[in-house]
Write a protein that binds this ligand. Structure first.
Ligand SMILES: C[S@@+](CC[C@H](N)C(=O)[O-])C[C@H]1O[C@@H](n2cnc3c(N)ncnc32)[C@H](O)[C@@H]1O
Length: 151
């Protein structure tokens, strides 16, 4: 069987889960926030859709998967306020290999939605598959993010 069909991080929230063993990856993501801000600001100059479609390639499971979404929402909200433009609706496509524990992400969604500001409209979708293949229709994603996924 092809590696992409069986490879996955440890699911769930137990002691050996990816969720509980990814603090280095979280630090990397926090350090890269400036690059994220610069990229989003550049995107604002050329394109500001009413529904911002974002894909996170190799999202894995656990808190990092939704940290990407909250960082992007915060940056876009701050920039929209500064530029006095309306904040878009957010649609996130969390993507990883077929064996990824997407269910663990789904279970944490109610809590995640609860943390968002009341006027933030955000939809989360899952897109299983390899980033070496075709994941989305042409020209359907405004912003791609991926962290700690090429080794
Ligand atoms: C170290 S984790 C990083 C997860 C997350 N981005 C983070 O920063 O915590 C690497 C992830 O890449 C995924 N991955 C590896 N090869 C992939 C591929 N070809 N397509 C999609 N995801 C892949 C793995 O399944 C794993 O979840």
């Amino acid at each position: 069987m092809a590696v992409e069909q069986v490879f996955h991080m440890n699911g769930g929230v137990g002691e050996t889960s990816y969720a509980n063993n990814s603090s280095v990856q979280k630090k990397v993501m926090m350090r890269a926030r400036t690059i994220l801000e610069e990229s989003i600001n550049k995107m604002f100059c050329t394109n500001l859709p009413t529904c911002l479609k974002v894909a996170d390639l190799a999202c894995s499971s656990g808190p990092d998967a939704l940290l990407v979404a909250s960082n992007i929402i915060d940056i876009v909200n701050e920039t929209s306020l500064r530029l006095k433009v309306e904040t878009p609706t957010f649609q996130f496509f969390l993507s990883d290999l077929f064996g990824n524990d997407f269910n663990a992400i789904f279970k944490s969604l109610p809590e995640f939605y609860h943390t968002l500001k009341q006027d933030t409209r955000c939809l989360i979708n899952a897109t299983p598959g390899t980033f070496y293949g075709s994941l989305f229709p042409s020209n359907s994603i405004h912003f791609f993010h991926s962290s700690f996924s090429l080794h």
